[in-house]
Write a protein that binds this ligand. Structure first.
Ligand SMILES: C[S@@+](CC[C@H](N)C(=O)[O-])C[C@H]1O[C@@H](n2cnc3c(N)ncnc32)[C@H](O)[C@@H]1O
Length: 216
């Protein structure tokens, strides 16, 4: 990690409680993801999570990685649910969630020491993925990482049947969603001053991709 960490003070969110969102997949994938995060995240500082969803990962990872501050984010409609998970977590390192819409053309990300984005690259339109890398380039310093988790299509190996079915489901629901080509994402990363440092198989035909911000 390079440079001074930029921390926000942990605060209780003040969001009204409603039904607490829950995604069973988070319980299944959190430990395999955590094992990778332990390898790639810095020893201190602030992690920005993009597309935090229910907030389960933010609550779990912030409790498991108490040396880091965890800043969850998502579209505004998701923030109350995320805040409930964080408020009820065992962690005092989970910060109040912030609104971040990847489709904002002028996207600017809060200064952080690492960025984590789980299962969101195949949901948001490609313009949002482009905005993510462009804004991450400005947000991170050389040596810091952008971590992606999710399914990818590789040119040099068969597309897994489960991911093919998932891709059909995604694109039928929203033509701008879809499982991304690994090569296209890596090219986008390289064009934004990121090097691929890790590409690991994960359960259910997902991948952990880790990109390091390199010098301009
Ligand atoms: C499949 S969910 C993944 C949620 C969580 N990371 C997980 O793994 O359970 C995709 C997330 O992307 C978020 N999302 C969709 N469009 C977005 C956008 N334009 N900007 C930021 N997040 C977005 C959704 O609100 C949702 O939380």
């Amino acid at each position: 990690m390079q440079g001074e960490p930029t921390l926000q003070v942990p605060v209780k969110s003040g969001y009204e409680s409603g039904p607490k969102p829950y995604a069973p997949a988070c319980d299944r994938n959190r430990d395999p993801i955590l094992a990778v995060l332990r390898r790639v995240l810095p020893e201190r500082g602030q992690v920005l999570e993009i597309g935090s969803g229910t907030g389960q990962h933010a609550a779990y990872f912030s409790a498991a990685l108490p040396h880091l501050h965890w800043l969850p984010s998502d579209l505004p409609s998701r923030l109350p649910g995320i805040a409930q998970w964080c408020d009820q977590s065992n962690s005092d390192k989970c910060l109040a969630p912030v609104a971040i819409d990847l489709l904002l053309a002028s996207l600017s990300l809060p200064r952080s020491d690492a960025i984590v984005c789980i299962n969101t690259v195949h949901i948001v339109a490609w313009a949002g993925v482009q905005n993510l890398f462009k804004a991450a380039r400005d947000c991170l310093s050389p040596g810091q990482i952008l971590y992606l988790y999710g399914p990818y299509r590789y040119a040099d190996r068969p597309f897994e049947a489960s991911n093919e079915e998932f891709d059909r489901w995604l694109t039928a629901r929203d033509a701008l969603s879809g499982v991304r080509d690994f090569d296209t994402v890596r090219d986008l990363a390289v064009s934004n001053a990121f090097d691929l440092c890790l590409d690991l198989p994960m359960p259910s035909n997902n991948r952990s991709l880790c990109f390091t911000r390199c010098e301009d």
